[in-house]
Design a protein around this ligand. Structure first.
Ligand code: HEM
Length: 142
C-alpha cells in the first residue's frame, strides 16, 4: 500500500506512527479543501488569509501529532474564533462539521484507527474552550 501509514507501530510518538510530517501536511491540505468546499462554512473563511490560517493550522497539527504531555502554547482558540462566533454566528454545530472533516481527512490518508482516536481525544477539549465565554473575550473586543 502507498504511504505506509497502515503499517505504523502501535506505540511511540504519534507523528512517526502516522507516517511523518508529510502525512500531517496532507491531512491539513485535505482538511482545508473540505472546509473551503462547504458553502455553510465558507462565510466564516472567505475573507481570511488562507496562507496565514494554514501556517497556524500546520503548527497546531504538529503539536497535535507531537509527543504527549506537551502543553498547548499557541493562540487561545476561543480568542482565535471569537470574531466569527460573535459577528457571524459560528456555532458548535459548524465546529462539529469541521471536526468531522478533520476525522475524514485522517482516515482518507490512511491513518490507523488507533491514531485517529488518540488525536481526536486530544482535540476534543478545545470545543468547550472555543464556545465557553471567558475573561479574555473583552480583550478581543477592545
Ligand atoms: C483560526 C475558522 C475549525 C483550529 C481560525 C480563524 C478562523 C477559523 C476564521 C482565525 C483566522 C484569522 O485570525 O485570520 C474556522 C472554521 C472552522 C474551524 C470556519 C470550521 C469548522 C477549527 C478546528 C480546529 C481549529 C476544528 C481544531 C481544533 C484553529 C487554529 C487557529 C484557527 C489552531 C489558529 C489560531 C492562531 O492564530 O494561532 N479558525 N475554524 N479550527 N483555528 Fe479554526
Amino acid at each position: 500500500a502507498s504511504g505506509g501509514a497502515q503499517h505504523a507501530a502501535t506505540s511511540g510518538p504519534l507523528l512517526a506512527r502516522v507516517g511523518g510530517m508529510d502525512v500531517v501536511k496532507r491531512v491539513v491540505e485535505a482538511f482545508y479543501r473540505k472546509l473551503y468546499g462547504n458553502e455553510k462554512l465558507l462565510p466564516f473563511l472567505h475573507d481570511r488569509d488562507i496562507v496565514y490560517l494554514r501556517a497556524k493550522q500546520s503548527a497546531f497539527m504538529s503539536w497535535l501529532f507531537g509527543p504527549p504531555n506537551v502543553p498547548y502554547t499557541g493562540k487561545h482558540l476561543r480568542v482565535a474564533h471569537l470574531r466569527i462566533i460573535k459577528q457571524r454566528g459560528f456555532t458548535p454545530e459548524d465546529y462539529e462539521l469541521g471536526m468531522k472533516y478533520f476525522e475524514e481527512s485522517m482516515r482518507e490518508l490512511g491513518a490507523p484507527e488507533a491514531i485517529i482516536s488518540e488525536v481526536l481525544a486530544k482535540v476534543r477539549p478545545f470545543k468547550d474552550v472555543i464556545f465557553t465565554p471567558c475573561s479574555r473575550d473583552a480583550e478581543e473586543e477592545a
